[in-house]
Design a binder for this molecule. Sequence first.
Ligand code: ZN
Length: 246
Amino acid sequence: MKVAVISDVHSNMDALSVVLDDIEGEGVAQVWCLGDLVGYNAEPDACIEEVRKRCTYVVLGNHDAAVAGHFEPLHFNLAARAAVEWTRKVLKRDNLAYLDRLPSARSVTEEILLVHGSPSDPEAYIMGISQAESELQYLFQRLRKRICFFGHTHVPVLYGMTRSGEVFHEPGEGEVRLDQENLYLINPGSVGQPRDGDPRASYLVLDLRELTVKWVRLVYDVDSAQEKVLRAGLPEFLASRLSRGM
Ligand code: ZN
């Protein structure tokens, strides 16, 4: 079975529609979503509705939780906070209720877990190898899982741990074959606001039979997404960062 894994859509329908069209051609059986459907960009309802239609499993992101009122985003930067407040105002009730109900983690197979931030903390950013090491230990020792897909950093990457406890990482690009013996933390990158310096939308395809992951990057209409951000009265910075992939 093949599965597409998407994350951090962030109300960017221009990016999401290109990604979903591409997924159509991959012949996947399911689509899994690692949260942050909303925030930053200008089409929250359209994105939530598309994700509801297309995704088998969806977990809650920190922006989704803020919009749903689980906490006040006082620690968010000003632009992110402005987008949370704007989204709360415009979002359809039904979609708000949908965000409110999302689980913060999801076990999808005996071996695989989906989270937004990290296995131990939905709000933590996995940014480096030492943090990956402690999260890989937590994943296996506490949660008894071998593979965890995470988002939140908007950077495509793979961290692994061998049987002997050696930790390694690889940039999230091209195709990587997974070793049955290893543990993995894998980030598909962001659909709607990539932050690795490449503005193209990012997602990945997991092949459960071949045990491979393949990252896919797609050009989408950044100008259109930027125009919508500006027309909505959202901070200019949220538009300009899209063309820099930052
Ligand atoms: Zn995010």
